[in-house]
Ligand binder design. Structure first.
Ligand SMILES: [Fe+2]
Length: 264
């Protein structure tokens, strides 16, 4: 089973640049065109939040239009830049999304699961895994505790060392780590938000963050560092879930590059 993970496209109304700098709409089109050329095709594409930048209906109209180009089925979760009501309206035909409350859900594929956790707080940039989310996740995990599982959420619950990212992490890390540690079948915890690829052990599983399809947040592990972004090569992840406990993750830069050349 192949799962492609794209993240943080930060779509803007047609003709508007993201942060007055980056063509985030065009960047997502290029990412999807590259995804659509993958052979074999992913069985699923997951989009780990910040679908749009300001949460406006005009941006979600762009999102609907661009995401309709995907050949593979799509699962979406909101990020801190999404607006829950507009998000829900935009993706109302996505039957896995609940009609009220936080946008948590479970999608099963055979005897495997993708669990989406909505840790966003309306109006805030940081996330929170609170007691209500814990109760929901514990019940979801307990439904099939032995099924291999991927959990996805927007804000990672980790300290990255980058001060302007850590300010907006998901709070409640200890609570979440304990919850996940009780279920060894959790193969990955997939996040977005930090616009960079990072990996860390968390709750006994592997936490990974995906790069954005548009700009990269500057890697500065200096407590005094000022927030900054760069237009680095964007990328996405391809998770090759071969069997229950064998999940290999590839990183792919988005773009066209010289080659192919012989390598031997
Ligand atoms: Fe983002």
């Amino acid at each position: 089973m192949l799962i492609a993970q794209i993240s943080d496209p930060h779509l803007r109304p047609s003709g508007v640049l993201y942060q007055e700098t980056a063509d985030s709409n065009g960047d997502l089109i290029r990412a999807i065109d590259q995804l659509n050329r993958l052979a074999p095709q992913p069985d699923l594409v997951v989009l780990t939040g910040d679908v749009v930048d300001h949460g406006s209906p005009a941006e979600y109209a762009v999102a609907r239009d661009i995401l309709s180009r995907l050949k593979a089925p799509l699962l979406v979760i909101p990020g801190n830049h999404d607006e829950r009501g507009a998000f829900r309206h935009a993706f109302q035909d996505h039957a896995y999304l609940p009609s009220e409350g936080p946008l948590h859900y479970v999608v099963t594929v055979g005897e495997r699961r993708v669990i989406a956790l909505d840790v966003t707080i309306p109006g805030e940039h940081h996330g929170l895994f609170d007691a209500a989310a814990e109760a929901w996740l514990e019940a979801a995990l307990a439904a099939q505790p032995d099924w291999p599982t991927i959990i996805m959420m927007h804000q990672p619950p980790i300290m990255t060392g980058v001060p302007y990212l850590d300010e907006y992490r998901c709070l409640g890390a200890d609570r979440l780590a304990a919850c996940i540690a009780r279920v060894p079948a959790v193969e990955r915890l997939l996040c977005g938000h930090v616009h960079r690829l990072m990996q860390m052990r968390f709750g006994g599983t592997l936490l990974m963050t995906a790069p954005s399809t548009t700009t990269a947040i500057a890697l500065q592990i200096d407590p005094a560092a000022e927030p900054a972004s760069f237009i680095e090569p964007p990328g996405f992840l391809l998770h090759d879930w071969r069997d229950a406990h064998s999940l290999l993750t590839h990183y792919l830069p988005i773009g066209t590059f010289p080659g192919p050349f012989p390598f031997a």
